[in-house]
Design a protein around this ligand. Structure first.
Ligand code: UTP
Length: 292
């Protein structure tokens, strides 16, 4: 079977309760960092690995996400007739992907969201990008998805992104048991979901970027629910214990935009990098800092 990754899956059907009340009517993937919805940043991570076929798992009532990635003839015609070619190009960028949508009727966990897309994934390997994390890489850094797909294509094993966290923070993440290291990636021996500091297996936490071989689907189907959800980490733990899972630290910055502070941090840092408002933002933050 080919080891080339051709499809990506973005589960974005969570309830987004940490962002109520905005998520009552606006799907969380449409919350914007500066002028772009978070879901578009995530889709753009796939440009570095030439993946254009994207499946987004959404909650019921998320049609606006389809609208965002779809055509907008009247707006385009108006932008062109007004001579706003730059804005026209920005709008056209949203249509570069071949996006399919699957509705997850009941939010029964990440594993449930992945299973909803089974008819598109079949038994092929796929990239998995969680819909509430953004990965930023500067021009000098290798994008996270590029690193993961390279390792998958080299080894044929499922691979997940990881980062080191310190102190109590490990209890917020999936935690990895680490085996042998080679060329900057590790074997994963075990995964523990949100352990206490004393029970932690290592400092390595799971990050929401993965390349998974297609046989994960059959493992997901056998999972038993806990707290009304089925957990991807339960299936990955099984893969790890059989020696089939690798983990790689990534270059760049991860933003947890599903969390209020992570979301504000992303907005501030993207604003600082912006050609349009970067200088003004820098000046403003300096002045503000003097008053704090
Ligand atoms: P979270 O655990 O952050 O949950 O999901 P959430 O519902 O989005 O947010 P809160 O905690 O209620 O504020 C992690 C990722 O998995 C997706 C989410 O959309 C998010 O991208 N997910 C989670 C699903 O697609 N379906 C689910 O049933 C659960």
């Amino acid at each position: 079977m080919s080891l080339k990754i051709k499809k990506a899956l973005i589960p974005a059907a969570g309830l987004g309760t940490r962002f109520l009340p905005i998520t009552k009517a606006v799907p969380k993937p449409m919350l914007s960092v500066l002028d772009k919805p978070t879901i578009q940043y995530i889709a753009e991570e796939l440009i570095s690995v030439d993946i254009e076929d994207i499946i987004i798992v959404v909650s019921p009532g998320s049609e606006v996400i389809g609208k965002h990635f779809g055509p907008a003839e009247a707006l385009e015609a108006r932008l062109l007739s007004d001579g706003k070619k730059k804005l026209y190009d920005i709008e056209r960028e949203t249509q570069r992907f071949n996006v399919k949508f699957v509705v997850q009727k009941v939010a029964n966990g990440l594993a449930g969201a992945i299973l909803c897309a089974e008819k598109y994934i079949k038994n092929e390997p796929f990239a998995l990008l969680l819909g509430d994390e953004l990965m930023y890489a500067s021009g000098k850094e290798k994008p996270c998805m590029k690193r993961l797909t390279e390792i998958y294509e080299m080894t044929g094993k499922s691979v997940i992104a990881t980062m080191e966290v310190f102190g109590d923070d490990i209890s917020k993440y999936g935690n990895l048991g680490i085996g042998g290291e080679k060329d900057g990636y590790f074997e994963v021996t075990e995964i523990k979901e949100k352990p206490s500091v004393n029970e932690a297996l290592s400092n390595y936490a799971l990050v929401g970027r993965y390349v998974l071989s297609g046989d994960i689907m059959s493992k997901l189907k056998k999972l038993k629910p806990r707290n009304n959800e089925i957990y991807l980490t339960d299936a990955l733990d099984e893969v790890a214990k059989k020696g089939g899972l690798l983990a790689a630290p990534f270059e760049g910055i991860r933003y947890d935009v599903g969390d209020k502070f992570g979301y504000i941090r992303a907005n501030v840092e993207f604003a600082l990098r912006s050609k349009e408002i970067g200088e003004d933002t820098r000046e403003y933050i300096k002045q503000l800092a003097e008053k704090l």
